[in-house]
Write a protein that binds this ligand. Structure first.
Ligand code: CA
Length: 298
């Protein structure tokens, strides 16, 4: 390589932002669901309507499925700021996992998403229900409260008279928030001697709440749904895009949440840098493609 090219390359590396160490999701223990919008994991027809979205994990083998074509989300090849794919939900769509995810005494979930219609309240990203009354379950959803966008998490134990809810404000008004509208949210529910703890984080902010009682896995009538309520087709539909979902069977530590969030941020959200063109003597073009570096790490 020409020495000048080496020097320029070094300068470019030095100028790159310093990022925390990302943690690839399956290097963190307890992963039960890894939804990745990459083409190999998405079953779709010629119009990119998605009938199945498979978890990347070898165990458990699970997919989000939808047989009804009008309720299938659409796969979009370059959807996120980093030009990764996502599934677009138009307000009529929902995927349901084809089996239940076994959890023991805690959960941590991550969702990479973007909301298309900010004015509509009660858009569910994730939801599961036991069925019956009072229909216990846990949810992660987009809300509009007092004219501002919020993220809400809820958990309802079978013994609870009302669900525990926590809400996190995403912006002061209904303008686009996040990185080009994209948000990485993490939800954690765990319990110890003090009670049950819910925490929700997004955009560098966190909301937490504690309630008496233990977390119990909820198995029953309805498997985890993506993009709508698990138990009906009347409301709660997402109008937005989902690029990734992770579900862990335990409460991740703070460093693990940061590491996984950094991975998701670098892969799905951080935009491609502009190709750098330099004129050196004749014409030397150095193309810096972070996508290639990322592909190598994956
Ligand atoms: Ca539809």
């Amino acid at each position: 390589m020409h020495p000048l090219v080496t020097i320029l390359g070094s300068l470019c590396l030095m100028a790159a932002p310093v990022l925390a160490q990302p943690m690839v999701p399956d290097t963190v223990s307890g992963l039960k669901l890894w939804m990745d919008s990459g083409s190999p994991y998405v079953t779709r027809n010629g119009s990119d309507q998605v009938s199945a979205w498979a978890s990347r994990l070898e165990s458990p083998v699970v997919s989000g499925v939808q047989a009804t074509m009008s309720r299938q989300p659409i796969w979009i090849e370059e959807a996120t700021p980093s030009k990764q794919a996502a599934l677009s939900f138009d307000g009529t769509d929902r995927l349901n996992l084809d089996q239940q995810i076994p959890l023991t005494n805690a959960l941590t979930a991550f969702v990479v998403f973007s909301i298309s219609d900010l004015a509509i309240d009660n858009q569910y990203l994730l939801d599961t229900r036991m069925g019956g009354t009072p229909n216990p379950g846990y949810s992660l959803l987009y809300r509009v409260i007092g004219g501002a966008p919020y993220l809400e998490a809820s958990y309802r134990h079978p013994d609870d008279s009302a669900a525990t809810r926590i809400q996190l404000k995403l912006a002061d008004d209904l303008t686009t928030f996040g990185n080009d509208g994209w948000v990485i949210a993490s939800l954690q529910i765990a319990s110890d001697a003090e009670g049950r703890h819910l925490s929700l984080s997004a955009l560098g902010n966190e909301a937490t709440d504690t309630k008496t009682g233990l977390f119990t896995n909820l198995t029953g009538a309805y498997n985890l749904a993506i993009g709508a309520l698990a138990n009906n087709y009347s409301d709660g539909f997402l109008r937005g895009e989902v690029a990734s979902i992770l579900l862990y069977d335990r409460a991740l530590g703070e460093g693990e949440i940061t590491g996984v969030t950094d991975y998701l941020n670098q892969f799905y959200v951080i935009p491609e840098p502009q190709t750098v063109a330099l004129l050196v003597g004749g014409l030397v073009i150095l193309g810096i493609r972070r996508a290639q570096a990322r592909a190598g790490k994956r």
